[in-house]
Design a protein around this ligand. Structure first.
Ligand code: AGP
Length: 616
């Protein structure tokens, strides 16, 4: 995700845009930049790093005063967080400036086409092609909104674009497809932003933009909206009733609730652009030669916390789809056990922040032993991907809450993609088989959306258990790491004892913990998969219920075998066995968040924790 702001009116465009970017910095903070229209031309400033770096640049080299401008704070997808890759991007004549949120999937052929026509594109970004295309179209029609419509019709992928042209100093134009953009309507001034937080200090009157629409803001004429084909669009105006600080959370009470709600989009965005029409995976950031991957004879996943749980699930997928042995190690333990690594070992380092010192030290050790390292990371340009041989970025957008939610689901998607890619490269998975799994994965976003729509009973149950001291979590197969993750969420948010077990281990000791009314969450595998797994866990539920446990059962729609033994039944959509963690984890996230809130805890910043643990 990135933060985008556009303004036209009578205030200082720079002040309005910078204040707006500050409100949006949670959406991305790899780099930032602004462009203003003044004295018949464009004036720009952009800097890698947090917004404070741009502030410093502007105080040392002020831009001319202007009443029209755009700005951007970046969450890098294509191209690292450098000054050159920071937005806005310009055409070669410096007459057009554009900022972008999303991924333009067909930027490579467009870039090649522009280069053939003599354009020079110095950045590594996908966005830059838009500035050059807009310049070409504008030179023919002298209408920035029309130029935007023509360009948008050529773009594939997800994008929010906002642009200005030096020849049209009273105009800001925007466009959106599968990426947010909202209009603010003030008194003789107009705003465009990724979300209302950017302009809520100036106006609470907003206009919602729909899919594939172009919006034109003119200082003296107001707002006009069309479809990409130019037909006028009906738009919905509304009044924002949030205060400014709530608006950063888009109206949610916490970033954690917002990020739980963002999971369907995060899962979809992580898949975007990674499968071509024929079902072939194209993981272009995984820059490890196919020949090297074909020689891999062992995979070792290293990670911490929630990322470690993602690795435990990845193990099942990697071994099932590639038949390569896969070990999963706590990064903090890995190098002290003197692991057996060589050039045929592929180490997968999973990290949301890309700065976790335990994981970084583990990958450094692995590289010293000659192993190849592939990072799965959510933070472009962070240390772990920078020190790895290759990286597969999750596109969850910034995760602000300390307790990881959307990053976890996108880590799972990335792990499935890596496993499938290894299978594709090694020929243990054929195109049609990969296509089947990718089709299942593409349905997960909707499945998660459906789960999120049925969480009221889970929230009510969580509130009723807020006084409890212990909750246990059971699971089998990929449900076991889900149980561990559910327990971790409850520990770190509600500060209560919670423990996850492999259900088969219960009778080897933990069953002694079962007592009257003890809440036990059980993640039940699909009855359609390995029925033996399903039948055994139903027996486990009976065993604990016979000893007084209060059973909270997570089971797929249609699984009737669990009904007699579930004191509380939480349904999730039927999914293939290996993919079930993507839907079964969500109720556990909601449960932990709601129980912690009922206890009066601050869920975004739990006590004693930090979002990125940069010490060993
Ligand atoms: C999970 O909710 C925690 N925030 C924590 O366990 C986290 O997953 C772990 O510290 C790893 O962080 P990373 O993904 O940034 O490396």
């Amino acid at each position: 995700m990135c933060g985008i702001v556009g303004y036209v009116g009578s205030q200082s465009a720079l002040d309005v845009v910078m204040a707006g970017l500050k409100r949006l910095e949670y959406r991305g903070y790899d780099s930032a930049g602004v462009a203003v229209l003044a004295d018949g031309g464009l004036a720009t400033a952009k800097r890698a790093g947090k917004l404070v770096n741009l502030d410093k640049e502007l105080s040392e080299h002020p831009l001319p005063s202007a009443a029209t401008g755009i700005g951007h704070t970046r969450w890098a997808t294509h191209g690292g967080p450098t000054d050159a890759n920071a937005h806005p991007h310009l055409d070669n004549a410096g007459r057009v400036a554009v900022v972008h949120n999303g991924i333009i999937e067909n930027f490579a052929p467009l870039r090649a086409e522009l280069a053939e026509r003599g354009h020079e594109l110095p950045s590594e970004t996908d966005t830059e092609v838009v500035a050059h295309l807009l310049a070409e179209e504008y030179s023919a029609c002298a209408d920035l909104a029309e130029a935007m419509r023509l360009v948008c019709r050529r773009l594939e992928g997800a994008f929010t674009l906002v642009a200005v042209h030096a020849d049209a100093p009273d105009v800001v134009v925007g466009a959106r497809r599968n990426s947010p953009l909202v209009v603010g309507v003030g008194e003789g001034e107009y705003f465009l932003a990724s979300d209302v937080a950017a302009f809520i200090a100036h106006t609470r009157d907003a206009v919602e933009l729909g899919q594939d629409q172009v919006v034109e803001l003119r200082r003296d004429e107001g707002v006009s909206v069309t479809a990409f084909d130019g037909t006028p669009a009906d738009v919905r105006s509304y009044h924002v009733d949030w205060d400014a600080s709530a608006a950063e959370k888009a109206g949610y009470a916490s970033f954690m609730l917002k990020e739980i709600a963002e999971q369907p989009k995060a899962v979809a965005d992580t898949l975007l652009g990674r499968v071509d029409g024929s079902g072939t995976l194209s993981l272009d950031e995984v820059r490890i030669p196919a020949g090297v991957l074909r020689e891999v004879d062992k995979v070792v996943v290293v990670a911490c916390g929630t990322a470690y749980h993602a690795g435990l699930i990845a193990k099942y997928a990697i071994e099932h789809w590639t038949r390569i042995p896969c070990e999963v190690e706590l990064a903090s333990e890995f190098r002290y056990r003197d692991p057996i690594l060589d050039q045929q070992t592929l180490v997968v380092a999973i990290s949301q922040s890309g700065e976790t010192m335990d994981t970084l030290m583990a990958l450094r050790h692995a590289r010293e032993q000659g192993a190849r390292v592939l990072a799965i990371c959510n933070t472009n340009g962070s240390t772990i991907p920078r020190e790895s041989d290759a990286v597969l970025y999750t596109h969850a957008g910034p995760e602000v809450a300390v307790a990881s939610t959307k990053a976890f689901l996108t880590q799972l998607v990335a792990c499935y993609l890596v496993a499938l890619y290894l299978g594709q490269v090694r020929g243990t998975k054929y195109g049609d088989e990969i296509g089947d799994v990718v089709r299942d994965l593409s349905g997960i976003s909707g499945a998660v959306e459906r789960v999120l729509g049925t969480m009221d009973p889970v929230r009510e149950l969580a509130r009723s258990l807020a006084h409890k001291n212990t909750v246990l979590f059971l699971g089998r197969h990929v449900g076991h790491p889900v149980a561990l993750e559910g327990a971790l969420k409850l520990k770190e948010l509600a500060y209560m004892h919670a423990e996850g077990f492999a259900a088969g281990e219960l009778k080897h000791g933990p069953i002694a913990l079962i007592e009257e009314d003890l809440p036990v969450v059980v993640v039940v595998p699909s009855p359609r998969g390995r029925s033996i797994l399903h039948d055994k866990i139903v027996s486990n539920i009976q065993e604990i219920r016979a000893r007084g446990a209060r059973t909270i059962v997570i089971a797929e729609e249609g699984d009737e075998a669990v009904v007699p033994y579930a004191d509380h039944l939480v349904r999730v959509p039927a999914t293939p066995t290996l993919l079930q963690p993507l839907v079964a984890t969500v109720p556990l996230q909601v449960f932990a968040c709601e129980l912690a809130t009922a206890r009066g805890n601050e869920v975004d910043q739990p006590r004693n924790l930090a979002k990125s643990v940069t010490v060993e």
